[in-house]
Design a protein around this ligand. Structure first.
Ligand code: NAP
Length: 252
């Protein structure tokens, strides 16, 4: 599954699922640009990857802000070259009863999860079109497939990411670019731990959530990274517009 010679951008690449994806794509030989709000964490990771021999770059960027995205993309092109692989993983969640959701909360979730995905894909796709080769992988959520109480904004944003994936896959198919989405189930990351600690998961801790999964465990960030590395590979060239659930059987 070599990604040697490819440049990959991973948004939200400094924590949880994104961090595992950054590491895995680097291991497969890609040059890696870590886009994250948390610059210190992104810089730590980029320094580790460089020490392991992988060309890597950390960029502080809020994916919801198109000007920041464009500036970040210019940095990647200057330091690592044209972009071949984009993983849209930056995301935020909130747990709020439907009637309590404010316009600001709705807008922020949409801005990061949905508009951020649009911003990054649109800012980078010209490189892929020029190369007649590209991979866009959008991290959505099994909450969009199953529904999730007190998460109408989050589930709607991730459902829109799934629809966005299919529409873009149709549009880019003849340009040699595949577009797919991975909706994770419950993955043991800082995001899941924060939700459990705040009592948002019905009082369940990560261990109880794990026990309730058909496979009897919570997912790991590496479970998502493995699927992502496959979708980014040459071998996955005939797979586009697909939803690859990596969820331990949580949703079928
Ligand atoms: P995480 O540990 O919170 O990591 C998310 C990373 O994205 C953080 O480094 C965060 O920075 C960054 N980020 C947030 N907003 C951003 C923005 N506007 N621009 C750039 N970076 C931003 O979360 P995770 O659990 O790995 O989740 C990764 C993705 O998987 C998300 O899209 C999430 O919705 C999805 N997902 C996760 C699960 C799960 O069970 N964990 C399940 C389904 C879907 P800060 O820390 O500075 O905010």
């Amino acid at each position: 599954m070599s990604l040697r010679g490819r440049t990959a951008v991973i948004t939200g690449g400094a924590s949880g699922i994104g961090l595992a994806i950054s590491r895995r794509l680097a291991k497969e030989g890609a040059s890696v640009a870590v886009f994250d709000l948390d610059y210190a964490a992104a810089e730590r990771l980029a320094t580790q990857l460089q020490a392991e021999g992988c060309p890597a770059l950390a960029v502080q960027v809020d994916v919801s802000d198109r000007r920041q995205v464009d500036a970040a993309v210019a940095q990647v092109r200057a330091k690592l070259g044209p972009i071949h692989v984009l993983v849209n993983c930056a995301g935020i969640e909130a747990f709020e009863p439907f009637q309590s959701i404010t316009e600001a909360s709705w807008d922020r979730i949409m801005a990061v999860n949905l508009k951020g995905t649009f911003n990054c894909a649109q800012a980078m796709v010209s490189d892929m079109i020029a190369a007649r080769w590209g991979r866009i992988i959008n991290i959505s959520s099994s909450s969009a497939q199953s529904g999730a109480p007190r998460m109408t904004h989050y589930a709607a944003s991730k459902g829109a990411v799934i629809s966005f994936t299919k529409a873009l896959a149709l549009e880019l198919g003849r340009s040699g670019i595949t577009v797919n989405t991975i909706p994770p189930g419950s993955i043991d990351t800082p995001m899941l731990r924060r939700a459990a600690a705040a009592g948002h998961l019905g009082g369940a801790g990560v261990e109880q959530i794990a026990a309730a999964m058909p496979v009897g465990r919570a997912g790991t960030p590496e479970d998502i990274a493995a699927a992502c590395a496959f979708l980014a590979s040459e071998e996955a060239g005939y797979i586009t517009g697909q939803i690859l659930g990596v969820n331990g059987g949580r949703y079928m």
